[in-house]
Design a protein around this ligand. Structure first.
Ligand code: ZDP
Length: 276
């Protein structure tokens, strides 16, 4: 297997980006995503992202997690994707449409190099997130028992499922221990990403994430969007907040048009050729 790729990171959430806009066959790369993402035997990344053509948008984005599973959407990844397609000369537009598993997403490159993304509308109906046992009701501050301990969860989909848990002290969260237990909990038929959030004030929160199919990552964009929504549903913050992650800060706004807007950085790290 031999292919060119570009390594990108966004708030420390890192990806191997592969350009397949001319419909190249990337099935072998996709099937080897776990090996490619391995931090010792591979290039090392939280996921592999493919730049693909689309019939319904300017581009299509596909993301494979580091465990080889496919995800519907990724927030940090789409900021990397947006800057990559410009860098590759696949468009001279600064704002364009991207087909994803969460629908059409619209990134816009800002003059300062950050990317402002219309992430679409959050999905709050339990059975659409999906979370079992709540029908189409919203899941706000509901009980969940994990490892013999009770937690309050608020669940949101940004195309991919998120379970947000507010805590008093984020440093006391044993993320490595309880993260996978939330991910695999019977409430979540398609598993879940889990965000632990300490609210600092009504405009600033600290969040750590255990990602479905990737474990602890330094940042999660869709998770930050879900965190913003959960903060507002629980009347804990204003509609525009900064989310401090292990790897950086994202600005999240839940606007009056019910769309979530995410703004943050994305940086190219290197270009390479995979040759094993
Ligand atoms: O839903 C999932 O399986 C996530 N692990 C996908 C990756 C999400 C990402 N970290 C983000 O920023 O939203 C890329």
């Amino acid at each position: 297997m031999k292919f060119n790729f570009v390594k990108w990171q966004a708030c420390g959430n890192d990806f191997v980006l592969v350009n397949a806009f001319n419909n190249e066959d990337v099935s072998e790369i996709r099937n080897n995503a776990e090996k490619i993402c391995d931090r010792h035997f591979g290039a090392g990344a939280d996921g592999v992202i493919f730049i693909l053509p689309s019939k319904t948008a300017d581009f299509r984005m596909q993301i494979i997690n580091s465990d080889g599973s496919e995800a519907e959407m990724c927030g940090n990844g789409i900021r990397c994707f947006a800057k990559a397609v410009c860098e590759l000369g696949l468009t001279d537009k600064r704002k364009f449409t991207v087909e994803t598993g969460a629908g059409i997403i619209i990134p816009e490159i800002q003059p300062d190099g950050t990317v402002h993304v219309d992430m679409g509308k959050p999905v709050l109906e339990g059975d659409k997130i999906p979370v079992a046992g709540f029908g189409s009701n919203k899941v706000i501050s509901e009980n969940i028992e994990v490892d013999g301990q009770n937690y309050k969860m608020t669940c949101v989909s940004m195309g991919n499922p998120h379970c947000v848990v507010f805590v008093d002290d984020i440093n006391a969260v044993e993320l490595e221990k309880i993260g996978p237990k939330f991910e695999m909990h019977s409430f979540f038929p398609r598993k879940t990403n889990t965000e632990f959030v300490e609210v600092k004030n009504d405009e600033y929160v600290r969040m750590r994430v255990w990602e479905r199919g990737a474990g602890i990552t330094l940042a999660c964009g869709t998770g930050s969007c879900a965190t913003g929504v959960a903060c507002i549903l629980n009347k804990l913050t204003k509609r525009k907040i900064n989310v401090e992650l292990d790897g950086g800060v994202l600005t999240i706004e839940w606007a009056d048009n019910n769309h979530i807007y995410m703004t943050g950085p994305a940086t190219k790290v290197y270009e390479a050729v995979w040759t094993d």
